[in-house]
Design a protein around this ligand. Structure first.
Ligand code: NAP
Length: 261
């Protein structure tokens, strides 16, 4: 039987694309769409999906909660959407970025009746990029991460950049100290992440989501780059997570576990 799935943020850039991807998969059934800014509107018009659903203003207005809700909203909205999922025994697949460690601890206590998967990046290439960066980390003493996103992204650095740096810092603690003694323009060296690894966030019209991990040691550098040119790049990962979330008890961070990485 098809897994019933709903989308928080159904009228957003990612949410609308997710609605179309879920509706196109025969193993999934799109049964709910929530977005306060589009409440009462036909999903067909909001997301361009062949569906008779009407967008609900809030989860509490859904007559029958689906088995899974996918969330691509904003940080504050996602916090309360996830609380609703946990309270109602609904699995959550979450792409919204910016959660703190305190948020994750709260979700770990709350998700006892249903499961939650939070992935800072659902693109398979980006997941491989993070894994490759982690594997390379012990072989280099200097590393910096450059992330590039569209000019409407409100949080920085990206969840992917932060997760990449966390994983590289966990894989090696032998990073060289920053040589900078004078920073003429404040912030010119970027933000300092775990392990002292610098992160640089570029916001640029025309871009979608891109990241380059630079690693250097004596006489050589290694660049690991991933580019999402279109939001369709995230869809296979979201669809996979919606199908398999029932197998992952508690809170899971990242899609790696579903890719056997
Ligand atoms: P967006 O276009 O602003 O979409 C967010 C949507 O959520 C908007 O339509 C917004 O409505 C709606 N919303 C606000 N509060 C809500 C609530 N309580 N319940 C339901 N919907 C609500 O943003 P986006 O570009 O799609 O990005 C969304 C998130 O996904 C961001 O955190 C971004 O970083 C993340 N992202 C993750 C990945 C990944 O692979 N994990 C990839 C791309 C983006 P209003 O506009 O009316 O507020």
């Amino acid at each position: 039987m098809a897994v019933s799935v709903g989308v928080f943020g159904a009228a957003g850039r990612m949410g609308a694309t997710v609605c179309r991807a879920l509706a196109d998969d025969p193993a999934l059934e799109l049964t709910a769409a929530v977005d306060p800014g589009a409440a009462g509107e036909p999903l067909r018009r909001v997301a361009g999906v062949a569906s008779d659903l009407e967008v609900a203003g809030k989860a509490e207005h859904l007559e029958t909660p689906p088995q899974v809700m996918v969330d691509f909203t904003h940080l504050e909205a996602a916090r309360s959407n996830l609380a609703w999922c946990a309270d109602n025994g609904v699995h959550a697949v979450v792409g919204t970025t910016g959660f703190t460690e305190e948020d994750l601890d709260r979700f770990r206590s709350a998700f006892t009746r249903s499961n939650c998967l939070i992935a800072p990046n659902f693109a398979i290439g980006a997941i491989l990029m993070m894994r490759f960066a982690e594997l390379a980390a012990p072989w280099f003493e200097t590393a910096e991460v450059l992330e590039f996103h569209h000019d409407a992204k409100v949080d920085s650095p990206s969840g992917t950049a932060l997760r990449t740096v966390e994983r590289m810092a966990a894989a090696s603690d032998e990073w060289a100290p920053d040589p900078t003694t004078t920073e003429v323009v404040p912030g010119a060296r970027g933000g300092e992440g775990p392990g002292g690894i610098r992160v640089h966030a570029v916001r640029m019209r025309g871009m979608v989501a891109h990241q380059e991990v630079l690693l250097g040691t004596a006489g050589q550098t290694l660049s690991i780059r991933h580019d999402s040119y279109d939001r369709s790049s995230f869809m296979p990962g979201v669809v996979l997570a919606a199908k398999r979330i029932g197998e992952l008890p508690g809170v899971t961070i990242g899609l790696d576990v579903l890719l056997d990485l």
